[in-house]
Design a protein around this ligand. Structure first.
Ligand SMILES: Cc1ncc(COP(=O)(O)O)c(C=O)c1O
Length: 404
């Protein structure tokens, strides 16, 4: 007859599960996490799918970026759209980040709530809801900054600031090759800067120009040329703004892909974000002196999954699908030959051609294709050293007991 011990040993086949005495009940894992006692918890104890951060690689990525900025003489206002974590933002601030860039008003509210100074909301606020929330942030935190790429936004922000009795610093967002946002460079850009400067309740903070097209251009030299083409008109406009006697201390833009290019173009600070974790698409863009792979920063983030069905040769079903943002461009850690396929909301399939075997219940880690989309799906980062859990960081202050 099957007793508990033989049941556990036969039902779960991962090596760390072999001894039932080492198994925590999940309630015990949650209780320990709640009191921040991570001792004895391993990846095998964690729910899946979930996000795991390799602490050593994460720290190395941060150090590499900050060391570069220091030696190159360019500032960094790290973008949080990738991590959405005040814990990580505070680490970046402690290492010298000038502030934190945010893509959504909710991210900006989160960062300000956690006491971050120098938050820059890099998307123009449009519509009543975002205008009022932007002004409320300025009221709460005088170092908070917004951007505008339209004179109408300037008028609405001025009106709202006057009504609220507060001042707001605004940067001009200029076109840098991406048609999604950005006012025209040259004379129109200077005029928009002058309009901001002339408002009673707005202060001109400088110029922004983000070239998303450059960041993922393959090959470092091609990326450099694309960045110069897109960003040089932004810098020239910023210099014209200064020449007109207007204050434009900040010239911001750039990304993980162009971090070692943008200083020569004339940006005063970078908005790089992805370098903290990296993803498979970024890893493929190639670095300076290595067109095949971008090795400047390593992949520190994985989605931890479990093999949940194994009924057919050379394939395994995992518990990560659409809801976990699984993509065919994801890669399997330690199994470079495996192909990742999506099978619907909660299922994914891993396929291989021979030799490599996965077992039912086994944990598998995926390198994700697009960081922002993936991290947005989860409530927590499980921070690990090797297989050991050493910390848990909430995403957007969500730290619910279970992953979605
Ligand atoms: C406006 C803006 N700035 C900076 C970044 C950060 O770029 P990366 O994650 O490539 O470093 C992004 C990313 O999409 C962005 O939208």
């Amino acid at each position: 007859m099957m007793n508990r011990r033989t049941f556990v040993a036969s039902a779960v086949t991962g090596a760390a599960w072999a001894s039932p005495s080492k198994m925590f009940r999940y309630s015990e894992v949650e209780a320990r996490i709640a009191r921040r006692d991570f001792s004895g918890i391993t990846k095998d104890d964690l729910p899946t799918p979930s996000l795991c951060v390799d602490k050593a690689i994460f720290e190395k990525n941060l150090e590499a970026m900050f060391a570069h900025c220091k030696s190159a003489g360019i500032g960094l206002r790290a973008h949080c759209k990738i991590h959405k974590s005040p814990v990580i933002a505070k680490k970046q601030m402690a290492m010298g980040s000038l502030g934190i860039c945010c893509a959504t008003i909710a991210e900006a509210e989160l960062m300000v709530k956690h006491g971050i100074k120098g938050v820059l909301y890099t998307c123009q606020p449009a519509g009543k809801n975002k205008i009022w929330r932007t002004v409320a942030l300025a009221q709460r935190e005088p170092t908070f900054m917004a951007v505008a790429d339209d004179p109408l936004t300037v008028d609405l922000l001025e009106e709202a600031c006057a009504a609220a009795g507060t001042k707001l610093t605004v940067l001009v967002d200029l076109y840098a090759g991406l048609t999604r946002a950005g006012h025209a460079t040259g004379r129109p850009g200077v005029e928009l800067a002058a309009k901001i400067d002339s408002q009673k309740n707005l202060k001109l903070g400088g110029i922004m120009g983000y070239s998303g097209g450059a960041s993922h251009t393959r090959g470092w030299e091609a990326r450099r040329l694309k960045s110069i083409k897109d960003v040089q008109p932004v810098v020239e406009t910023a210099l014209a703004v200064r020449k007109a006697g207007l204050p434009a201390p900040v010239i911001t833009g750039g990304s993980t892909g162009t971090y070692n290019i943008d200083k020569e173009i004339g940006l005063t600070e970078l908005q790089a974000g992805s370098f903290v974790f990296m993803d498979t698409l970024y890893a493929g863009v190639g670095g300076k002196g290595n067109d095949a792979r971008y090795t400047d920063f390593d992949i520190a983030l994985t989605v931890l999954t479990t093999v949940i069905s194994r009924n057919h040769p050379n394939q395994a079903t995992i518990d990560a699908g659409n809801k976990a943002m699984l993509r065919p461009t994801d890669q399997v850690k330690s199994h470079p030959g495996m192909i990742v396929e999506n099978q619907g909301a909660e299922y994914g399939i891993l396929r291989w051609t021979g030799g490599d075997e996965l077992k039912l219940g086994q944990k598998v880690e995926l390198y994700t294709s697009n960081l922002d989309m993936t991290t947005n799906c989860y409530d927590r980062y499980y921070v690990c050293e090797g297989g050991r859990l050493v910390d848990v960081w909430p995403v957007m202050d969500r730290a619910g007991a279970v992953q979605r």
